[in-house]
Every structure is written in structure tokens, then in C-alpha cells.
Design a binder for this molecule. Structure first.
Ligand code: ZN
Length: 196
């Protein structure tokens, strides 16, 4: 029984699997219930050939450097923040997508829902990283929504002057978009997706 997946972040004390499944490797130990637990904050790694599980310490793993650019998809929106899944970082698709948070800019008056929408693809910059939680910024010019999705009918939104419009249902949407909004070729290259 595996409790978290390969490549996911484990926090100290978190159970990784039962001993029968994988034996404890680097940065892990056994608890009283026969479970292998993480000893450090890091990335869980299950080695099927040696049947061992280890944790790579977070400090050794720096895929998301502060200042680096990522492409992410918006999953949910709260008042002033949005939860996203990072799909690619530094122009490379991720093997293991990571959860991150778009953090509000200073003195932000509008709600996050007037900036991004659920399902949108955004280009963002890593602003903070603390205890494995990645904070993203989209506030500089050139950062923001590269492809928007209608929250009524899930169609791709079209750019119309200062706003986005759904050609299917007519809904208008407020977003912070990038100058190359909707340029599929550029979006594909950022996601490291080969056309065709
Ligand atoms: Zn629509």
C-alpha cells in the first residue's frame, strides 16, 4: 500500500508505504505500525527494482527557482488567490505536475476572479518558495493568461479589445492577459508540445 505517489512532496513523519511493499531507503525510517515514513521534507522516490523507497531532500531538488517562469493551469479561485497546477517550468514539460498558488499583488482591490478563470492557462513567475509551497506572480507585463476558458460553456475565449469574449455563449470575461494571448504556436512551444 503506497500512501503518496512517486515524485510527490513528502513532509517529515508522513507515511510513504507499508514495509512489505518497499523497504526504507535514504531519509526514511520505520514507525511502530510497520510503515515507512519520511524523515525530511522532500520528493518521494519509489524504486521498483530494489523495492526501496527514499526521499530526496527538498534542498537538493530545485526545479522551481525563484524568478523562473512556469506555465500553469488554474484549478480553483478563492477571494484573492488562485490554486494552479504547474505544467511546465523553464520551457520543459513536467513529469510530475506541481500545485502552486497565484499570490495577490500589493494593495489588490479586485478579486482574483477578475484576473484569471478556472481552466485558464497562465504564464507566471516563481515569486516565493517556502516549505514546498510555490507562490506565483502574474503581475508583471508579459505574465498572465495565455489562453482563457469560458466558465459558462468551457469554450476557448477570444480576445476582443480590452476583454475576452466567448463566441459560443456571448459571455464577457475580465482577465489579465498577455500580449500574445491565444497564439497557439507560442503556447505549445512554452509547454514543450510539438505541433502535429
Ligand atoms: Zn461560453
Amino acid at each position: 500500500m503506497v500512501f503518496i505517489r512517486d515524485g510527490e512532496v513528502a513532509v517529515p513523519g508522513e507515511p510513504l508505504c507499508i514495509q512489505e511493499e518497499f523497504s526504507p531507503g535514504d531519509n526514511t525510517s520505520l514507525d511502530s505500525q510497520g510503515r515507512v515514513i519520511a524523515k525530511v521534507l522532500g520528493i518521494a522516490s519509489y524504486d521498483k527494482s530494489t523495492r526501496t523507497v527514499s526521499v530526496k531532500p527538498m534542498k537538493a531538488v530545485q526545479p522551481f527557482k525563484v524568478g523562473g517562469q512556469v506555465i500553469a493551469q488554474v484549478r480553483s479561485i478563492q477571494d484573492k488567490i488562485a490554486v494552479v497546477t504547474i505544467l511546465s517550468a523553464g520551457g520543459r514539460a513536467l513529469k510530475h505536475p506541481r500545485t502552486a498558488i497565484i499570490i495577490p499583488r500589493k494593495g489588490m482591490k479586485e478579486g482574483m476572479k477578475d484576473v484569471v478563470g478556472v481552466g485558464d492557462l497562465v504564464i507566471a513567475q516563481v515569486a516565493t518558495q517556502f516549505m514546498g509551497v510555490i507562490g506565483l506572480s502574474i503581475w508583471r507585463p508579459g505574465l498572465g493568461v495565455v489562453l482563457g476558458v469560458c466558465d459558462k460553456c468551457s469554450s476557448i475565449l477570444s480576445k476582443a479589445k480590452m476583454e475576452l469574449i466567448c463566441l459560443k455563449c456571448g459571455e464577457k470575461h475580465k482577465r489579465k492577459i498577455v500580449p500574445f494571448y491565444g497564439n497557439m504556436e507560442r503556447i505549445a512551444s512554452m509547454l514543450e508540445v510539438m505541433p502535429g
